[in-house]
Design a protein around this ligand. Structure first.
Ligand SMILES: Nc1nc2c(ncn2[C@@H]2O[C@H](COP(=O)(O)OP(=O)(O)OP(=O)(O)O)[C@@H](O)[C@H]2O)c(=O)[nH]1
Length: 570
């Protein structure tokens, strides 16, 4: 696997690992943030909702208490059959009616069990007595229960079948100076409007409900859950708050919070919160106890709606983009600083290995690899210089060897190989150009005797002299060589029969004279042949050799020329 692939794989693995770790950390952190935030929001919300309810009820409760404290009403309640007291009381009641928010009041007298009521449209003016309370009628049981329990103040959500209304009733006991209960007064707030104003306020993801001291649901957006007239219901038949939660542990949690706040009594501002699940969604349930009305306020925050995890996705996207950009940058830098120089260096090494020293300009980052590339370039140029030097030396030696291989070591003339090559070239040229050339074959006369008489070394010296004298008689471009032993060959080109013969004679005479000058009995016999374009190498040599033979036959120190036609002798 290449370094590039390895680095990419490593960087990608790091990216995936970092992304996975970050995702897990993000999940845990975002969950933690949501929980902390949610808890605070739940507590703020629950206080806010509680304050809203209390603010809206405070005045009504105060008015109801004032009504219960009304002397006129108390006197009448103590003597309900007194028409004058009744008239005064009703006047008083009507004045309270105009002050209550819903312009509604009720008065229930303990003594004669009469129930008085009037509404905003003053529907029952002069007929405020609506009905008689019956202790055996379950619809009236609330009245007798509250008196039995002696609860001075009570909030009750209850439909009044006789009046055809469903209201949030504010019930306040009327007592005389001795504390004797004379009856009950209060007002009723129209339930639907109240729910709309206080409970079902349309904040997405936030649900508000109110439960009484026993956990029975009193105000909730879904009327089906409201525990109407819960005061008269036995325990176990009430619509309690735990019905909203599917999981038993959530039910326990919420009931536990109610109990805990109950135990802390009127500790105002005490709030509890906990996570619960409703319809498969995680909610934060915030609970506050409202000692003023003896109810609990419960706020349910749907975290998925209020703070969906998707809100934080841009954060994840930015993180991943930054991670990816870092990876690309990392890869880009590694590529620039390491990979590209290494690949270039590898290519250069390969080139040098193949004998190409022109490595070009290698990238040289300012690091170890850059320095390595620099050293490599220096090494390549040194190697190139030494290789070129070596090649030059080899060429020169080869040329020298080539030359030496074609030189006769004794005489310095060309040797048999040089003559062979020269003859072959001449035959080729002659054939190509259609022109002939001349060949002289020369042999020293009685050389064996010279050797024998004067010694081999003198023989060698004579051979050298003969070569020298021969060369002196030739044109610069004529080729002379030692064929072997005491035999010499001369190639004359261009040449004709006459020139051939003259040259042969000149050579023969010069050698004879030079020998005489040195008191050496040195003569040579020469056979010449004027070759034509059609002649072969063997043919030329054979004809020259035959001519030489004839020269020897003629008594030596002779020239015999074979002009290709007739032989001439001298
Ligand atoms: N000193 C010396 N002698 C050589 C060399 N090469 C050959 N010879 C001798 O040269 C002689 C050549 O003799 P031949 O050409 O056969 O006969 P010749 O005595 O010259 O008689 P003809 O050629 O018939 O006149 C031999 O005795 C060889 O040993 C050499 O390099 N140096």
């Amino acid at each position: 696997m290449s370094l590039n692939t390895r680095i990419l794989t490593l960087a990608t693995t790091l990216l995936v690992v970092a992304a996975a770790a970050s995702w897990l950390a993000y999940r845990a952190l975002s969950q933690d943030i949501i929980e902390r935030w949610g808890q605070q929001v739940a507590e703020i919300q629950v206080r806010y909702d509680s304050a809203r309810l209390l603010q809206s009820l405070e005045r009504e409760i105060g008015l109801a208490r004032q009504m219960a404290d009304s002397v006129a009403i108390q006197q009448w309640a103590a003597a309900p059959d007194n028409p004058a007291l009744k008239t005064a009381a009703i006047r008083q009641m009507e004045s309270f009616r105009s002050n209550f928010r819903d312009n509604t009041y009720f008065v229930a007298l303990r003594k004669n069990r009469q129930y008085y009521f009037n509404n905003a449209s003053n529907e029952f003016a002069g007929q405020q007595l609506r009905y008689q309370l019956d202790p055996d009628d379950p619809d009236d049981a609330w009245f007798f229960r509250l008196i039995d329990e002696g609860r001075d103040f009570h909030l009750n959500v209850n439909p009044d079948e006789a009046l055809g209304v469903t209201k949030l009733w504010i019930d306040v006991l009327v007592r005389d100076d001795s504390g004797q209960i004379l009856g009950m007064v209060g007002t009723g707030l129209e339930l639907d409007r109240f729910l709309q104003d206080i409970v079902d306020i349309g904040q997405k993801g936030i649900t508000t409900l109110f439960v009484d001291f026993n956990g029975a649901i009193q105000l909730y957006r879904d009327r089906n859950y409201i525990d109407f007239a819960s005061i008269i219901k036995p325990e176990g038949q009430k619509n309690t708050v735990d019905l909203l939660f599917e999981a038993p542990e959530d039910q326990q949690k919420v009931l536990g919070m109610l109990q805990m706040l109950k135990n802390r009594g009127g500790d105002s501002g005490a709030v509890a919160s906990s996570f619960v699940t409703i319809d498969g969604h995680r909610h934060l349930a915030g609970v506050a106890y409202l000692p003023a009305i003896g109810w609990f306020e419960i706020t349910l925050l749907d975290l998925d709606t209020l703070l969906p995890v998707s809100y934080l996705w841009p954060l994840v996207a930015v993180f991943l983009a930054a991670l990816l950009a870092s990876l690309l940058l990392f890869h880009g830098l590694v590529r620039r600083w390491v990979l590209t120089p290494i690949v270039a260096l590898e290519r250069a090494v390969k080139q040098v290995r193949e004998g190409n020293f022109r490595t070009g300009n290698l990238p040289k980052p300012d690091n170890e690899i850059g320095r390595l590339s620099g050293h490599f370039e220096d090494m390549a140029s040194t190697l190139q210089a030494s290789t070129e030097d070596l090649q030059a030396q080899v060429a020169s030696r080869t040329e020298e060897l080539h030359r030496l291989a074609r030189v006769d070591a004794l005489t310095g003339l060309g040797n048999r190989r040089a003559l062979d090559e020269a003859l072959a070239i001449e035959i080729e040229r002659s054939y190509r150009q259609g022109s002939g050339f001349g060949v002289l074959w020369m042999d020293v006369d009685h050389f064996k005797a010279i050797n024998d008489e004067r010694g081999h070394q003198t023989g060698d010296a004579i051979l050298c002299d003969v070569a020298h004298w021969l060369r002196a008689c030739l044109r610069p471009y004529d080729i002379a060589g030692r064929w072997g032993g005491d035999e010499f060959l001369v190639i004359l080109s261009p040449c004709d029969a006459l020139t051939l013969e003259h040259t042969a004679q000149r050579v023969r005479i010069n050698i004879e004279q030079q020998g005489q000058a040195m008191t050496l009995p040195v003569t040579v016999s020469i056979g010449g042949y004027q070759a034509s374009a059609e002649d072969t190498l063997d043919g030329v040599l054979k004809r020259a050799d035959q001519a030489l033979y004839r020269a020897k036959q003629q008594g030596r120190n002779q020239v015999m020329i074979d002009s290709g036609e007739a032989l001439s002798t001298e």
